[in-house]
Design a protein around this ligand. Structure first.
Ligand code: SAH
Length: 232
C-alpha cells in the first residue's frame, strides 16, 4: 500500500514537473517570438514577462493556450490581453523599482503581476466583484504582497493613494477620465486605449510635465469597454 502511494506520488510529481517545464519553455518562446521580435527591449519588462506564470491566470480549460499570440476569455465576458499588448503597455509606462502604479481593470490580475515584478506597489481596481475576488485570491497564493486589489469603478481612480507615477487602464473609453489625469504625478505616465469602445481604439500615452499634459497616439488596439457603476 505504502509502495503504491510512493509510486503514485512519483508519477504525479514527474507529470507535474513535465507540465511545468513545458509551460516554462512555452513562456520563454513567447517572449522571444512575440515580444522581443516585435521590438520590446526594456530589460525589466522582458524579465517580468519571462517570469510571471500566465497559464495560472487563465481558466484551466484554456491554460494550454496561455502562451499563444492572442487574448483569452477569463469569464464574465472579459478577456486577458494578448501577451504582446501587456508587454507593450508595461514598457510604455516606464516601470521602475521606486514607482507606484495604478491599474484600472484587474481582470485576471496578470498585468498587475507583470507590473508588480518591477515597481514598488500596484493598486488595481476591478468592477466585476467576482473577478476582483478571484484575482485577489490568485495573487495572494502566488505571493504578490505588493499588489492591492479593490472592487469598484476605476473611473474615479484611487484618491486615497494618489498620485501615481504610472496609471494603466486596460479597458477602453472614448476619453481619458479626468480624475485619472489629476492622479498622475509630475513626470508620470498614463497608458490607455482611447476611441470607440465597441470597435477599435488607439493606445494613448499621456505624460504630465510641469503640470502640462501631452498626448502621444500609438497603435490601434481592441479592448473591452470601460464600464461605469451607477451613482446612487
Ligand atoms: N488587465 C486585465 C485584463 C483586463 S480586461 C488582465 O491582465 O487580465 C478589462 C477589465 O476591466 C475587465 O475585467 C473589466 O471588468 C474591467 N473594468 C471595466 N470597466 C471598469 C471600471 N470602470 N473600473 C474597474 N474595472 C473595470
Amino acid at each position: 500500500m505504502r509502495l503504491l502511494f510512493i509510486i503514485l506520488l512519483f508519477l504525479t510529481g514527474t507529470a507535474f514537473c513535465q507540465n511545468k517545464d513545458s509551460y516554462d519553455a512555452a513562456r520563454q518562446r513567447m517572449v522571444e517570438q512575440q515580444i522581443v521580435a516585435r521590438g520590446i527591449s526594456d530589460y525589466a519588462t522582458l524579465k517580468a514577462m519571462r517570469k510571471v506564470p500566465r497559464h495560472l491566470f487563465v481558466p484551466p480549460s484554456v491554460a494550454g493556450q496561455a502562451y499563444n499570440d492572442w487574448p483569452l476569455p477569463i469569464g464574465y465576458n472579459q478577456t486577458i490581453s494578448q501577451p504582446f499588448i501587456v508587454a507593450y503597455m508595461t514598457e510604455l509606462s516606464r516601470p521602475a523599482k521606486n514607482k507606484r502604479a495604478l491599474e484600472i481593470g484587474t481582470g485576471s490580475g496578470y498585468q498587475a503581476a507583470v507590473l508588480a515584478e518591477i515597481v514598488d506597489t500596484v493598486y488595481t481596481i476591478e468592477i466585476v466583484p467576482e473577478l476582483a475576488r478571484e484575482s485577489a485570491a490568485r495573487l495572494k497564493v502566488l505571493g504578490y504582497e505588493n499588489i492591492i486589489v479593490r472592487y469598484g469603478d476605476g473611473y474615479k481612480g484611487w484618491p486615497e493613494h494618489a498620485p501615481f507615477e504610472i496609471i494603466i487602464v486596460t479597458a477602453a473609453a472614448d476619453h481619458i477620465p479626468q480624475p485619472l489625469k489629476e492622479q498622475l504625478t509630475e513626470g508620470g505616465r498614463l497608458v490607455m486605449p482611447v476611441g470607440n469602445p465597441a470597435t477599435v481604439q488607439e493606445l494613448i500615452v499621456l505624460t504630465k510635465r510641469k503640470g502640462k499634459i501631452t498626448e502621444q497616439r500609438l497603435e490601434p488596439v481592441r479592448f473591452v469597454p470601460l464600464k461605469r457603476l451607477k451613482e446612487k
